[in-house]
Design a protein around this ligand. Structure first.
Ligand SMILES: Nc1nc2c(ncn2[C@@H]2O[C@H](COP(=O)(O)OP(=O)(O)OP(=O)(O)O)[C@@H](O)[C@H]2O)c(=O)[nH]1
Ligand SMILES: [Mg+2]
Ligand SMILES: [Zn+2]
Ligand SMILES: [Zn+2]
Length: 351
C-alpha cells in the first residue's frame, strides 16, 4: 500500500508511516508516535478489498496514521493510485483557484454525477476557502502566492457510483501561474514539495484563459494583440517545461485542454456550443475548442499539447457562469457553474 501525504507530497509505503493507538495511549497515559512497522498489524475486512492497519496488541483498534516525513495526520484512505494526482496548469489569472473551489462545491453535494467527494483530507477545505476568499469579497482575486512556503494543497477522497466499494484520491497543488511560468528555472532546493508533487502528477488539466482568447479575437482593446501574444508565449513556456519533465520520466500523461471563463465567449455565435444547455455533443465541443484555439492563433500550442500529452481531450467551462466585473462583490449564491466537472471526469475515467 502506498499512502500520499498531501502536506509534503511524500508518497510512502506503510513501513515508513508513524502511527498511534488510542488504547495504548490511554493505558500508558503518554501520547506518542511510533513507527507503524513496530506497532501495526494488518486486518482485512472480508467485505472490502481494502486492508486496515490496526494495533498489534489491540487487534480491533484502527491506528491513527501520520506522515513519516512531516508528521501531519494521514487518512487511512489516502491511498495513491496512478491518476490520483491531477495538476491544474495555467497562466496567471487563468482561473485555476476559482475552478477548484467550484469543483469542490459540485462534487460534495449529491449532484447526479458518477463521482462524489467522500471526505476532504486534512485541512483541505480550510485552505481552499482561504484561497478563494478574495474572489468572493473583493471581486478581483489576489494572485496565488508563488512561494512553496505558503501551502495550498488540496486532496479529497472520491467515491464513484460505478465502483461503490472503491475510492480514489484526488489531489491538487494550487500553484500560482507565476510558478508554472517559471517552471524551467524553479530551483529544486527551494521548492522540494512542489517537485515531489510534479513527480506524482498522473493527469493534467491545462487551463487556457478564455478572457485572453477573446481579447485576441476582438483585437479591439489598444493593447489586445501584444497582451494576447504574451499570454500565448507564457502558455508555450509552461508547456515546454512540462514536456521536458514528462519526457524525462517516460510514459504517457492524459490532458484535458480546457478553456476557462467560457461565459465571456459564448455570446458569439461561433462559440454558442459553450452556452449552458447548448446540448452540444462531445464531438462538437472538441471541434469548437480546437477551432477557437486555431482562430486565436494558438496552433503551436495545440501541436505542443498533443505531442506532450496523450490522449488529449478538449473542454470549455465557466466556473461562475457569468462575467465578473472588476471590484464586484461576488457571492457563492450568484454563481452558476457550467461544465466544471467535465475535464476531471474525463481524466479519472481514462483507462
Ligand atoms: N468571467 C469569468 N471570470 C472568472 C471565472 N473564473 C475566474 N474568473 C476571474 O478570473 C480571475 C482570476 O481567477 P483565479 O481563480 O484567481 O485565477 P488563478 O489561475 O488561480 O490565478 P493565479 O493563482 O494568480 O495564477 C478572478 O478575478 C476571477 O474573478 C469565470 O468563470 N468567468
Ligand atoms: Mg490561484
Ligand atoms: Zn494498542
Ligand atoms: Zn507529510
Amino acid at each position: 500500500m502506498t499512502f500520499l501525504c498531501k502536506d509534503c507530497w511524500m508518497a510512502q509505503e506503510t513501513a515508513k508511516l508513524l502511527a498511534r493507538c488510542k488504547i495504548c495511549d490511554a493505558n500508558s497515559g503518554i501520547r506518542r508516535l511510533d513507527p507503524a512497522s513496530e506497532i501495526a498489524a494488518t486486518a482485512r475486512n472480508a467485505s472490502d478489498e481494502r486492508a486496515e492497519l490496526v494495533c498489534a496488541i489491540h487487534r480491533s483498534e484502527p491506528l491513527d496514521l501520520f506522515c513519516g516525513m512531516c508528521k501531519q495526520p494521514l487518512s487511512s484512505r489516502a491511498l495513491l493510485g496512478d491518476c490520483s494526482v491531477v495538476a491544474v496548469l495555467g497562466d496567471v489569472g487563468s482561473g485555476k483557484t476559482s475552478l477548484l473551489w467550484v469543483l469542490r462545491e459540485r462534487l460534495r453535494s449529491s449532484n447526479g454525477l458518477p463521482v462524489k467527494i467522500r471526505q476532504p483530507l486534512g485541512n483541505t477545505d480550510q485552505q481552499l476557502d482561504d484561497a478563494i476568499a478574495d474572489v468572493f469579497t473583493g471581486g478581483q482575486a489576489r494572485a496565488t502566492t508563488s512561494t512553496d512556503a505558503v501551502v495550498r494543497n488540496y486532496a479529497w477522497e472520491l467515491v464513484t457510483t460505478m465502483r461503490p466499494r472503491q475510492s480514489a484520491l484526488m489531489a491538487f497543488h494550487d500553484a500560482a501561474g507565476e510558478v508554472w511560468r517559471g517552471l524551467e528555472t524553479l530551483s529544486r532546493d527551494g521548492n522540494p514539495r512542489f517537485y515531489r508533487y510534479l513527480d506524482l502528477v498522473g493527469a493534467v488539466i491545462f487551463l487556457i484563459d478564455g478572457q485572453r482568447l477573446k481579447e485576441t479575437l476582438d483585437g479591439t482593446g489598444r493593447h489586445a494583440r501584444p497582451q494576447a501574444d504574451a499570454a500565448a508565449a507564457q502558455e508555450i513556456k509552461i508547456l515546454d517545461a512540462m514536456d521536458r519533465r514528462i519526457t524525462a520520466r517516460g510514459g504517457e500523461i492524459p490532458v484535458a485542454v480546457t478553456i476557462s471563463k467560457a461565459d465571456v465567449l459564448w455570446d458569439d455565435d461561433r462559440w454558442s456550443a459553450f452556452r449552458p444547455g447548448s446540448g452540444a455533443s462531445r464531438e462538437t465541443m472538441q471541434q469548437t475548442v480546437r477551432d477557437l484555439l486555431t482562430a486565436s492563433g494558438r496552433v503551436d500550442m495545440l501541436e505542443g499539447l498533443e505531442s506532450t500529452f496523450s490522449p488529449a481531450a478538449y473542454f470549455a467551462l465557466s466556473a461562475f457562469g457569468r462575467d465578473v466585473a472588476a471590484g464586484e462583490r461576488l457571492s457563492p449564491d450568484d454563481i452558476e457553474p457550467v461544465r466544471v466537472e467535465e475535464p476531471l471526469l474525463s481524466l479519472i475515467t481514462v483507462e
